[in-house]
Design a protein around this ligand. Structure first.
Ligand code: M24
Length: 544
């Protein structure tokens, strides 16, 4: 029986939520005295792009897309490492009401196919490092892809079946470019999908989370609200642009005309040097970065005294690590944040200046949270553990083309089920204590056990398999497989890990190892009892 006796509302917003498209918001911001100040600087090469250039390039690209018959609701994939060009197709798409579906460029072919098949994009904007993969898919496997456009401004590209962004623009506009005037398409921002983001949610394979223009607008308003932190002049763009956390925080930084120092691919020394050289004051990170900053001897070689505030989200962070980092950097502000793709981005954060003790914070404005008893569905009062559920303006529109999965992720009265276990104290500080959903998080990245199980079951010597995450200080969790082998077969751990490694990207490898068992515990309907498997891991560890 659902009830709403105990619900926690975020504080009153400073301003009402306007129904405005993200395209219009960013276009107006870029147009307002967009002088030549730098928008993005590449940390390694020093190359940069100005706000003026972003305005003209996005206007030209948007006009080119329209000229080629693309526009409202066209699905467009962007797949690239972090780069100065990444946001050009993103922003152009938002101007015209097209939908952006980013894909991790490190994915294997099989992972890309799964992801692409969710949204079936017509155009793929990608970096030249991955263009060959997409060209192959377009030619041989996925007929819905019409165009592949490489975003790097390189002239040495002579690949058939693809063109450069510059080439596409000049061919489409016949020299009539560098115009700043573009009429942004208007629509109902509450109902229009801006992004389709990959997430497996509480169960099963990765799905496409539909994030609306209004969903992202809320994040923009949170950034304007000083209760959530300082808005520095410079922003370090190192979290992957293809994941919700990096995608949206950097997009909002562009709206705010902050200067983004872009790190293409995370490298420890480059990261530290960039903070030092660019005097970065505020960092938004994931737990492995906090562990690195708190423990690595490399940190001693750099002057990180510019840092004043660190916010960490996307996976649990231990209180001890939080404290060690505060001491090492001599700052008092290491704050946690809690978010999930299905609720766009962070929905709970420790406000600035609020003392916290391992809490992930308080509910954001425009959002409401309740802690729900998993068995009875009743809302719970302070200090009682249940599943966190959300309502409000950041909750996703649903999973693209998957009504059944959408329905399963909400209670009968419309609360988003997070799959996370937690409680709040008398001061309404929230604490996450566990996860009832299947999801494994390796360095903040999602690993869906169902995906690994489906692949492993294809191995001729594997009869049955169950995958769970085991705790690891450095990476959060490591995927581990319980395997039942076919009778009379000879199978080694190496054979299994090697088999899987060829088919999945790095974060999904079986770093937790393989345990051979006689059977996988399941309930009468055949569902894997993952809690039983987790207990088996604890038993095994205690024997070591
Ligand atoms: P997705 N503690 C424990 N578990 C957590 C957690 C936390 N603090 N945060 C997330 N999880 C786990 O891949 C839960 O099981 C994200 O993680 C995500 C997406 C967008 C933004 O999504 C949870 O169900 C962010 C996280 C985010 N985090 O911080 C900030 N954004 C942030 C924003 C602005 O679907 C699952 O991970 C400023 C500063 C910030 F830190 C969700 O996994």
């Amino acid at each position: 029986q659902e009830d709403n006796k105990y619900v926690i509302d975020g504080p009153a917003p400073l301003e009402p939520l306007r129904n405005l498209s993200l395209g219009k918001l960013i276009y107006d911001s870029l147009s307002a005295n967009s002088n030549n100040h730098e928008a993005m600087v590449d940390a390694e090469s020093g190359r940069s792009i100005s706000y003026q250039e972003i305005l003209t390039k996005t206007s030209d690209l948007a006009r080119s897309l329209v000229k080629n018959g693309y526009g409202y609701n066209t699905i467009i994939t962007v797949s690239s490492e972090n780069s100065l060009q990444f946001y050009i197709p993103v922003i152009s798409s938002l101007y015209i009401g097209a939908i952006v579906a980013p894909i991790n460029p490190n994915y294997t072919e099989e992972e890309m196919i799964h992801c692409l098949n969710i949204s079936k994009p017509k155009i793929i904007f990608c970096s030249k490092t991955v263009s060959a993969k997409y060209i192959h898919l377009k030619k041989n496997k996925l007929s819905y892809i019409e165009k592949i456009i490489t975003i790097d401004d390189v002239d040495d590209l002579h690949l058939q079946d693809s063109e450069t962004m510059e080439g596409f623009i000049s061919r489409s506009l016949l020299g009539n470019f560098k115009s700043k005037n573009f009429l942004v398409t208007e629509f109902d921002a509450d109902k229009q999908v801006a992004f389709i983001l990959c997430s497996s949610g509480t169960t099963g394979l990765p799905k496409g989370v539909m994030v609306s223009h209004s969903n992202v607008m809320v994040r923009y308003l949170h950034t304007l609200d000083s209760r959530y932190g300082l808005r520095a002049e410079k922003f370090l763009g190192f979290l992957p642009f293809f994941h919700g956390f990096g995608l949206i925080t950097n997009f909002v930084a562009l709206i705010l005309k902050q200067k983004i120092i872009v790190i293409g691919k995370f490298q420890e020394e480059l990261f530290l040097k960039t903070i030092q050289d660019h005097q970065i004051e505020s960092l938004w990170v994931v737990p492995p970065i906090v562990v690195f900053l708190a423990k690595s001897p490399l940190v001693e070689n750099y002057d990180l005294s510019s840092i004043k505030d660190i916010v960490c989200g996307a996976a649990p962070l231990s209180k001890d690590i939080e404290e060690s980092l505060k001491q090492r950097l001599n700052i008092d502000s290491v704050r946690q944040s809690y978010g999930l793709t299905e609720a766009t981005i962070a929905v709970i954060t420790v406000p600035k200046g609020v003392p916290n003790h391992g809490s992930c914070g308080q509910v954001h404005t425009y959002m409401t949270c309740k802690v729900r008893d998993v068995e009875s569905g009743k809302s719970l009062g302070p200090n009682q553990i249940g599943e966190l559920c959300f309502k409000g303006a950041m909750v996703m529109m649903g999973y693209y083309g998957n009504e059944e999965a959408t329905k399963r992720s909400f209670t009968s009265d419309g609360w988003l089920l997070s799959g996370d276990l937690g409680y709040y104290d008398e001061l309404k500080n929230f604490y996450i204590v566990g996860r009832i959903k299947e999801l494994i998080k390796y360095k903040g990245f999602q690993v869906a056990p169902a995906e690994l199980e489906a692949i492993l079951l294809k191995h001729p010597k594997i009869r049955d398999v169950g995958v769970v995450g085991i705790r690891d200080e450095k990476s959060g969790e490591l995927p581990l497989a319980f395997v039942v082998q076919e009778p009379n077969s000879y199978l080694t751990e190496e054979e299994i890990t090697h088999f899987l490694s060829k088919k999945v990207s790095s974060q999904k490898r079986l770093r937790g190892g393989v345990v051979f068992v006689k059977n996988i515990p399941k309930n009468p309907t055949g569902k894997i009892l993952r809690q039983e498997l987790k207990k088996m891991v604890i038993k095994l560890k205690s024997k070591l």
